[in-house]
Design a protein around this ligand. Structure first.
Ligand SMILES: CC(C)(COP(=O)(O)OP(=O)(O)OC[C@H]1O[C@@H](n2cnc3c(N)ncnc32)[C@H](O)[C@@H]1OP(=O)(O)O)[C@@H](O)C(=O)NCCC(=O)NCCS
Length: 158
């Protein structure tokens, strides 16, 4: 289940996701301080051009990860996406693919966004595979210029 994140979702468990080695290596978390993380989420939940979603297990309600669209540029019709499946035992079960497919379709339908972009470390094979399964392809774009070859851009056009 996906819903907008709130500051009440910022728990020590969420903070600990950012300290896990795979997450540390692959996402650019700005902080691992709980109070700064509350501020980080609070800032984004107020912004019109950010969609910050929590991913929850439908049965248990457990918060297992986050999906962030920042910015959502409704003028130019594109959004930059980032995903973290924080609970390690939820990785490799198709969660990232499922939430990407559902949320990109929602943004197309409701916000007229038809291009989704992200930068990914080539060595992050699970991420590249998850994005490919959701329809993303390696591509170049002036919206994310001068990418190093080891961290290319992937794009989904809907
Ligand atoms: C990358 C990440 C988002 C993927 O989420 P996920 O829910 O595990 O992804 P999915 O299960 O939808 O797909 C992962 C695919 O990669 C494959 N995979 C996993 N580990 C792999 C590896 N080491 N080498 C190759 N493929 C791998 C899985 O088998 C699966 O493919 P398949 O369905 O064809 O078998 C998640 O692992 C994560 O949050 N990692 C830490 C943070 C991160 O890297 N975020 C992305 C930054 S760009």
């Amino acid at each position: 289940m996906l819903r907008e994140l709130t500051v009440a979702d910022v728990t020590e468990r969420y903070r600990d996701w950012l300290l896990e080695p795979e997450a540390k290596k692959n996402i650019s978390a700005t902080t691992d301080s709980l109070s700064e993380l509350v501020q980080y989420v609070a800032d984004r939940t107020q912004r019109e051009d950010v969609l910050f979603l929590g991913i929850f297990d439908l049965l248990s309600g457990l918060h297992v990860g986050n999906l962030k669209y920042e910015p959502v540029n409704t003028e130019l019709g594109y959004a930059i996406v980032g995903v973290l499946i924080g609970e390690v035992e939820y990785r490799g079960r198709g969660v990232a693919t499922e939430v990407l497919v559902a949320s990109t379709a929602w943004l197309k339908e409701n916000r007229q966004i038809n291009q989704f972009l992200l930068g990914v470390w080539k060595a992050n094979l699970a991420a590249v595979r998850a994005y490919e399964k959701a329809g993303f392809k390696l591509a170049e774009t002036p919206l994310l210029p001068n990418r190093p070859p080891e961290a290319p851009v992937m794009i989904l056009n809907l």
